[in-house]
Ligand binder design. Sequence first.
Ligand code: NAP
Length: 538
Amino acid sequence: MMAQSANDVDVLIIGAGFAGIYQLHRALKAGYTARVLERGGDAGGTWYWNRYPGARCDVPSLAYSVSYLPDLDQEWTWPEAFAHQSDILQYQLHIVERLGLRPHMTFNTEVTEAFWDGSRWQVRSEAGGVWSGRFLVMATGTLVVPKTPNVPGLESFEGRWFHTGRWPHEPVEFQGRRVAVVGTGSTGIQVIPIVAEVAKHLHVFQRTPKFSVPLGNRTLTEAEIATAKANYPKARAAHRKADYGYHFDRPTYDLSKLPAKERRRLLQSAWNEGRFNSFLTSYAPNLGIVNQAVNDILADFVRRKIHEVVKDPAVAETLTPHGYPIGVNRLCRDTQYYETFNRDNVTLVDTLKYPITAITPKGIGTANASYEFDDIIFATGYDAMTGPITSITVRGADGRTVKEAWADGARTYLGVAISGFPNMFTITGPGGPSVLSNAIVTIEQNVDFITTMIERMRENGMTTVNAQSDAEAAWMQRVHDAAQQSLYREAHKANAWYTGANVPGKKVQFLPFAGGVGTYEIITDEIAADNYRGFVFA
Ligand code: NAP
């Protein structure tokens, strides 16, 4: 494949996060010309944008790192069990330099439009730049398009406001200020304890109460680091086979069959050591994301903990989730979150009871009160998984956009391709394990699959590939069935973004593949071995 100019390449990639970095590396290594277009001023993706106070990854740092640079595994030392945003960003930027990728990346470039002209993808940016690629890879991430509350008045607010997913690069001080945090998902629970320490007063606006369990972050010991470095290849192979893309010891017993005292002892020690999520992060029949009796035990334990920690019983009850299984929206993992509500300078506002009705010039109006703030922090989440793709006008072979093709719900083949959009791939797309995986593992699975496929095409003189519509439909049925086989079938009850229920008007469907990251790889390997069954080549 010959490229015509610097802007016309074989593989055009949108996004410079972990996905774009690896896809660029693989494409260049395979001898293709390639370019990454990135909205941000540098690489990093999620970790470039999410600089809010307390931002860190709740997947262990020893697992949340790339597998394709074994030398780097030995050189790089993660200081903490759960890496801070700045450490992850530094790691990504190091990879970009180490692999010489920067000359192949164009920053500050917001792609707004892409269309298939019959043989190539033509791409335009907001500023009017044009590029083309034989292949287009959407390395656009999953949690990217920020949402603010769907209420009037934000433009009238006289104070400062921030969305956590678009945090400023310069330091933001909250010392002595009246601050609101709206939203109590994984992001809110990280921001709240930190801002509470310095704010004059912090109001926390909570809608659906979440289950949160201790993260258990700590400095890694030298012995732990040495052991990890000696075992990286083995550990990485195990992560790739694990249901959620990171392997660690899971309970082998069924909690519901143990005497109550023993059960409490096991749960308490898991709570103390930051291992509570191990009861949920596998699709084993004895664990809580599948087994209702175990789920009830886990949920009750957390509910009790909230009441134990939070001194005001009314505040504790408002914080306590009811009516949905634990784990069916992303389990939050925190550091001193519930404890924060014992502070005199923190007030919890129940917006389930009294919804936010407006942002006012001075603050926030709810159905029963008005509040004044200097600053509002929106930790209000994203149009997840589909938003990063549908926010770009992407037109396929028949002129339809992805948004139109997905009007009745997102459809992909294996999470990596959309029927009718030839030579276009989605990394961690809806329908793949995506957000139910340690992201780096599924990124590598997807990039490996895509790159091997296009290399085969080159060897066989093929120039276009399209997913078959019936293969896509059958796959989406499998995605649906996988969710039905676990308690994820009840995710909509938690307003979970996994289902799109957090975005007004979005079709509610369980978007990621809940069959397991290891199972997914077995399936995609088998499809590849069967001449990429479900894809049509020309
Ligand atoms: P999120 O989980 O979608 O949480 C958004 C929060 O804002 C929810 O509590 C939501 O309430 C609330 N909200 C939205 N609109 C509202 C309104 N109009 N009024 C009141 N409340 C409103 O978003 P997130 O916390 O940014 O997390 C998204 C995902 O990013 C996580 O689940 C996780 O996968 C990832 N993440 C990971 C980490 C980590 O590794 N530690 C950290 C941060 C984020 P409802 O629930 O009622 O909609």
